[in-house]
Design a protein around this ligand. Structure first.
Ligand SMILES: [Zn+2]
Length: 249
């Protein structure tokens, strides 16, 4: 059975119990890590997930609270003896910056480094980025301070959509249409971000079954976030917690 594990749930400033927002989706057709921060190997092993099992890495946008763990992940997978290719997906501008960052680490000198296949997302409107038997992933540009993309992961068991950092926008409504789960950020109503009540409006408009709030300030009171979302959404509301696992289907 496919499942999501939330490796972090905090907005930009984490605390002891809330790492920055990133999560992993284990499916029969691949293991997808969405963003990567902190000490990825430690976190993955804590979750009981073999880091070498990751097949795909999605970079939603180039902000440190979403991608700062990537160089360490890539290096550690190499040191752990990875041979299989790793697929990395991101908007054009994100992958350009990613390459500059890795060049600063001189990754071209990492002898015997496994192949990295970069998949540039250049069509902002629901572009298919992974198309395998039992796994389809689409990406769509959303509205943040920097170029950012949300994703929709479709599996035989169900569909999961992730907004990443964005202000409330029709792009997320379109991307999440009819999904079983919408994982939406809830940093608060400020430029480029979304509050819990607004996330509820997006979930209602998209007609999703369950709204999962993530990327919230760790000092927030979970029940208050839930109540705010319930003002505008009648489906189930879950507050994501670090290391929480969610079965799909
Ligand atoms: Zn963020």
């Amino acid at each position: 059975m496919s499942k999501i594990t939330f490796l972090g749930t905090a907005s930009a400033v984490p605390d002891r119990n809330h790492q920055n927002t990133h999560f992993i989706v284990e499916t029969q057709s691949g293991t997808i890590l969405v963003d990567c921060v902190g000490n990825p190997i430690v976190r993955l092993r804590e979750a009981g997930i073999d880091p070498l099992s990751i097949t795909d890495l999605v970079l939603t946008h180039f902000h440190p609270d979403h991608i700062s763990g990537v160089p360490l992940l890539l290096m550690d997978l190499w040191l752990l003896g990875r041979k299989q290719p790793l697929n990395i997906y991101g908007l054009d501008s994100v992958l350009e910056k990613f390459e500059v960052m890795m060049d600063l680490y001189e990754w071209e000198n990492w002898g015997g480094f496994y192949p990295v296949h970069m998949h540039s997302v250049n069509d902002p409107d629901r572009m298919v980025i992974i198309d395998r038997k039992h796994l389809n992933v689409q990406a769509s540009k959303v509205r943040h301070m920097v170029p950012a993309m949300g994703v929709r992961i479709t599996l035989p068991e169900g569909t999961v959509c992730y907004s990443t950092d964005t202000e409330p926008c029709v792009e997320v409504v379109r991307l999440a249409k009819g999904a079983d789960f919408l994982i939406h950020e809830a940093s608060g109503s400020m430029g480029g971000h979304t509050g819990a009540r607004e996330a509820g409006v997006i979930a209602s408009d998209a007609g999703v079954k369950t709204l999962i709030l993530i990327h919230y300030d760790p000092v927030s009171i979970p029940d208050a976030l839930k109540e705010a979302a319930r003002q505008s959404f009648s489906g189930e509301v879950i507050i994501a917690r670090d290391m929480m696992t969610l079965p799909i289907g």
